[in-house]
Design a protein around this ligand. Structure first.
Ligand code: IPD
Ligand code: CA
Ligand code: CA
Length: 266
């Protein structure tokens, strides 16, 4: 007998694989690309179609559940009461448009504010990450080991984007410079969901981003938590999932050391 969270996972995975197939099949068709908050904030009809795909299925299968999606086809969610599906239909739209790879579908199910399942599907690599509350995190069905906390900053692979180095607003230039000089290397992948998944599987040790939304982090936080990692604001504070803000997710062994650089609010 499957538990309710295992049932959600099986259902979510089936829909995500189906959605991934649709994306791959339509990849070569011309895209209608629009901008949202600015010229770097892209959305395509694929983002919208895929979110509608999930909204229709969730509404039909779980009429009492709510859905929060980036493109607005779900419900207007202002609290996490009951069961809420949080979906980013394409995380890394800019990669989708320019590279045709390195983007993901991100889906999480929260019940009364607790993350039950988190799934991230790297569509082109066909890598499926999932985590079930209290039952661990997996990549392509293989359980991910708990992160080794015997890690120092000198051995840390950090992901962040260049905006940290060209805005002095959230953390000072001086602190960011010290941080990037202290770690082993810095990488940028352009998909928050994938960067969370990479922290969970040890490809990265930490990822920080300036302004992430609930759909960027909802699934990734569960993956990272299930391997012993920590997600907070860059100032080391507890996250309110429904807020947008600067986020740090990392191996617990270096979380405090990173926050020591980033904790001073400007
Ligand atoms: C974006 C990506 C990007 C991150 C942005 C997100 P989108 O999501 O995750 O890596 O830096 O903050 O908004 O718009 O491609 O779904
Ligand atoms: Ca996103
Ligand atoms: Ca998106």
């Amino acid at each position: 007998m499957k538990t309710i969270k295992e049932q959600y996972y099986i259902q979510a995975k089936q829909w995500m694989i189906e959605a991934g197939k649709i994306i791959r099949e339509r990849m070569d068709q011309p895209l209608f690309i629009e901008t949202k908050s600015g010229r770097n904030d892209l959305v395509t009809e694929m983002d919208k179609n895929i979110e509608q795909f999930f909204a229709a299925r969730i509404e039909q299968t779980y009429p009492n559940h709510r859905m929060l999606g980036e493109e607005g086809f779900g419900d207007h969610v202002t609290d996490l009461q009951g069961t809420v599906w949080i979906i980013d239909p394409i995380d890394g739209t800019m990669n989708f448009v320019h590279q045709q790879k390195n983007f993901a579908i991100s889906l999480a199910v929260y019940e009364e504010g607790i993350g039950l399942i988190g799934c991230i599907y790297d569509v082109m690599a066909d890598d499926f990450y999932h985590a079930i509350h209290g039952e661990g995190a997996y990549k392509n069905g293989v359980r991910l080991p708990r992160l080794n906390e015997r890690l120092t900053l000198e051995g840390t692979m950090l992901a962040c984007n260049h905006f940290w180095l060209c805005t002095n607003k959230l953390v000072s230039y001086a602190s960011m410079e010290k941080l990037v000089r202290s770690v082993r290397g810095v990488r940028t992948y352009g998909s928050a969901a994938l960067e969370f998944a990479f922290v969970a599987d040890g490809t990265l040790d930490a990822y920080m981003s300036m302004r992430l939304a609930p759909w960027d982090i909802a699934a990734g936080m569960i993956l990272v938590r299930e391997v012993g990692g920590v997600t907070t604001t860059v100032y080391g504070e507890k996250i309110n999932l429904l807020d947008n803000g600067p986020i740090l997710t990392s191996n617990a062994g270096v979380h405090g050391e990173i926050v020591a650089y980033t904790k001073h609010k400007k």
